[in-house]
Design a binder for this molecule. Structure first.
Ligand code: HEM
Ligand code: HEM
Length: 292
């Protein structure tokens, strides 16, 4: 997806977008309306209509993206064109308005369009940087593979704890059931570890926050210092090693979730802003035909 969207077919769409922009600029420079340039001249209407057609086509990308059976161009080619023509739209619309902006619904449509384009640029920036970071973080594994490794570690810890006393089993079981991997987009983005654990201390059981498995590891270190026979000592050591591995794995998974959320968050701006812009655009065109 990354570099290749911009470089697609020797930057074919960059040239097309530059061509569209240049054509609009030349037409604007050579245009001689008998009034200040604005959306209401012949050229103004032409550029406005071009702008609307471009916007409808850019919006259509949301549909095209999901039609896996379509044979009309690759999604990659469409995205490349989307990015370059999306930026060219800015030139077309600024010239359509004849550089005139005011406190009106036309300018609201324009401002929303600028925000859509800005969020699109943000998205391209993310797509260029994050996929590589995400695969470096996963170190060659996929997310399901990381989850399998986590399950495997939990199973091994349960087996070792099964050979120790009940509080160790409780520690491992609660550690499994109360591990929290960001469930909402927001918690994933913040990457905070809200895991908990149930510990037995001085005959009392307490639910403790367990970020980075710290509470579990501290508790195990304490038990290890009090253990008397060599066998329990070895088993507690083994359990600690497994939980340290789990801590590392959980960090990797949380980072993977965080990176994926970052790759999605900009679309939560791009798409609703597109919807808002379309509404404002309808208002712009309707008011223009009613009152102009
Ligand atoms: C069918 C397409 C369009 C038509 C017929 C159209 C028509 C017009 C007309 C007649 C004006 C002059 C109104 C005035 O100066 O008060 C105008 C101005 C303007 N239009 Fe459009 N337009 C179209 C598309 C667009 C698009 C796609 C945008 C951007 C999202 C846009 C943004 C503006 C802006 C910012 C102005 C200047 C407002 C001002 O002078 O304060 N228009 N348009
Ligand atoms: C007014 C102009 C634009 C409109 C109306 C628009 C609209 C859309 C829509 C509807 C989608 C589909 C999103 C989805 O359904 O998941 C999309 C995707 C996308 N847009 Fe735009 N866009 C515009 C400009 C831009 C610009 C200028 C850029 C970049 C510079 C851009 C970058 C992207 C990217 C990278 C995606 C792909 C998201 C994905 O497939 O994960 N857009 N856009």
């Amino acid at each position: 997806m990354h570099e290749s969207i911009l470089a697609y077919r020797k930057r074919r769409y960059l040239w097309i977008a530059l061509g569209v922009s240049l054509l609009a600029i030349v037409a604007y420079l050579f245009d001689d309306p008998q009034e200040p340039s604005n959306g209401g001249t012949v050229l103004g209407y032409t550029l406005g209509t071009t702008g609307v057609l471009l916007i409808l086509w850019l919006t259509w990308f949301g549909v095209r993206k999901r039609r896996y059976s379509s044979t009309r161009g690759t999604v990659q080619g469409w995205l490349s064109a989307h990015v370059y023509l999306g930026v060219a739209l800015l030139v077309v619309v600024v010239l359509h308005a004849g550089f005139q902006f005011g406190m009106n619904v036309h300018t609201v449509a324009f401002a929303l369009m600028v925000l859509v384009i800005a969020s699109g640029l943000w998205g391209v920036f993310i797509y260029m940087r994050y996929p590589e970071r995400a695969s470096a973080n996963r170190d060659g594994s996929s997310r399901p593979e990381l989850m399998d490794q986590l399950e495997d570690l939990d199973r091994r810890a349960q087996r070792v704890a099964g050979e120790l006393s009940e509080e160790f089993q409780e520690l491992v079981e609660s550690g499994v059931s109360r591990t929290q991997l960001g469930s909402t987009l927001w918690t994933r983005l913040r990457g905070r570890d809200l895991s908990q654990i149930i510990l037995r201390q001085g005959g009392k059981t307490t639910v403790m926050a367990n970020p980075g498995q710290e509470a579990a590891l501290d508790w195990l270190a304490n038990e290890q210092s009090r253990a008397v026979d060599a066998d329990s000592l070895a088993k507690i050591g083994e359990l600690s090693a497994l939980i340290r591995n789990k801590r590392q794995l959980l960090r990797q998974i949380a980072e993977d979730l965080r990176l994926q959320a970052t790759m999605e968050i900009w679309l939560y701006f791009h798409v609703p802003l597109t919807a808002a812009m379309l509404m404002a655009l309808i208002a712009h065109i309707v008011t223009v035909f009613l009152y102009w």
